[in-house]
Ligand binder design. Structure first.
Ligand SMILES: CC(C)(COP(=O)(O)OP(=O)(O)OC[C@H]1O[C@@H](n2cnc3c(N)ncnc32)[C@H](O)[C@@H]1OP(=O)(O)O)[C@@H](O)C(=O)NCCC(=O)NCCS
Length: 300
């Protein structure tokens, strides 16, 4: 690689790292979105406030652990003890950013600013979102680690409101996508993200990436904000089958239905775009409808 190309790559990488650092160092990421500090709808009155993983009080940690267990243990099944350990560590990380949901003790009785309401009039925490600014496949993303609401406040529009706020925070901080992980057994959450909020299964999700023998218990979902993030995180991976007009690709490599299922000889079932490309490309080539390998490599 020539030095100017390398310099450009390094500059781009530094720019992205600076973006993430700047986004993570904001003390109050909610400040540009004051109208989102309060949610009063469907018999629910809550306020939202920011937090950090390395500044959680021990009672708050305990509260978060309890809520996680209550909401998630069933979805993880026998994996829960291990997951609980992982989550316990993740939640205190210095990179962890929070939006806490506090139920208002006296509801509408407080007419002061949302800030004051949060400081004076809030009761117990009834939910939270844990997110981070990070890199995914070299793309700057806001990764939603958790969004957890107490069951009594679920289904009242607050989850959608929180995700709207998270999307605003992501784009204000110039992140290129939102990424999150959902247990496939959590059907309501899958519907919430995919049908209600328009998230898509990412190309880096186990079900889309080339790990067909590994039956994944989770999906990675994403919403992208620019074309680069879209091409990296959303586009289905391509499998390029070198095709020689002297040979038969199906014979050599396996068989394909030409769309998303390719079955190599080893019995795997790969989910990907299958592109046949010619090793030799000239006018007399009977397979010249397919572009030459170099063209396709250049496009990937
Ligand atoms: C998933 C969750 C954050 C959604 O927030 P919410 O405030 O309940 O959702 P909203 O009210 O904004 O949206 C409701 C939609 O989400 C889905 N949904 C998900 N969980 C739901 C629940 N427990 N009750 C009702 N709807 C739920 C439904 O598709 C519903 O669609 P509808 O409005 O057309 O009926 C919240 O239910 C929750 O904390 N669940 C438990 C923990 C969890 O599963 N977290 C996600 C882990 S990735």
């Amino acid at each position: 690689m020539d030095s100017s190309k390398r310099r450009k790559i390094l500059e781009k990488r530094k720019k992205i790292h600076d973006l993430i650092k700047r986004a993570s160092s904001r003390t109050d990421p909610l400040s540009p979105f004051d109208s989102f500090r309060r949610y009063t709808k469907n018999d629910l009155s809550v306020c939202l406030e920011p937090g950090r993983g390395d500044r959680l009080s021990s009672s708050l940690k305990q509260h978060i652990r309890k809520l996680l267990k209550k909401n998630m243990e069933g979805f993880y099944g026998s994996d829960w003890p291990l997951q609980a350990k992982v989550k316990r560590k993740e939640m205190c990380s210095a990179d962890a950013r929070y939006i806490f949901v506090r139920e208002l003790r006296y509801g509408e009785a407080y007419g002061a600013s949302t800030r004051r309401i949060c400081e004076e009039g809030c009761n117990e925490i009834a939910g939270f979102a844990h997110y981070r600014f990070t890199l995914e496949e070299e793309i700057p993303v806001l990764y939603v680690y958790e969004i957890q609401l107490e069951s009594r406040i679920q289904g009242k529009g607050l989850g959608e409101f929180l995700m709207q706020l998270i999307e605003l925070i992501a784009s204000k901080n110039q992140m290129s996508a939102i990424v999150l992980t959902v247990q496939t057994s959590n059907a309501l959450a899958m519907t919430f993200y995919m049908s209600k909020l328009g998230y898509r299964i990412s190309s880096i999700s186990p079900s889309k990436a080339n790990f067909p023998t590994f039956s994944a218990k989770y999906e990675i979902l994403c919403k992208t904000f620019d074309s680069e993030a879209k091409s990296v995180l959303e586009t289905t991976p391509c499998l390029v089958i070198p095709y020689s007009y002297n040979t038969d690709a199906d014979e050599d490599f396996g068989s394909s239905d030409g769309s998303s299922n390719f079955k190599p000889r080893d019995g795997r079932n790969l989910k990907c775009e299958v592109i046949l490309c010619c090793l030799e490309h000239h006018s007399e080539n009977p397979t010249s409808g397919f572009p030459p390998a170099e063209t396709i490599r250049g496009q990937l």
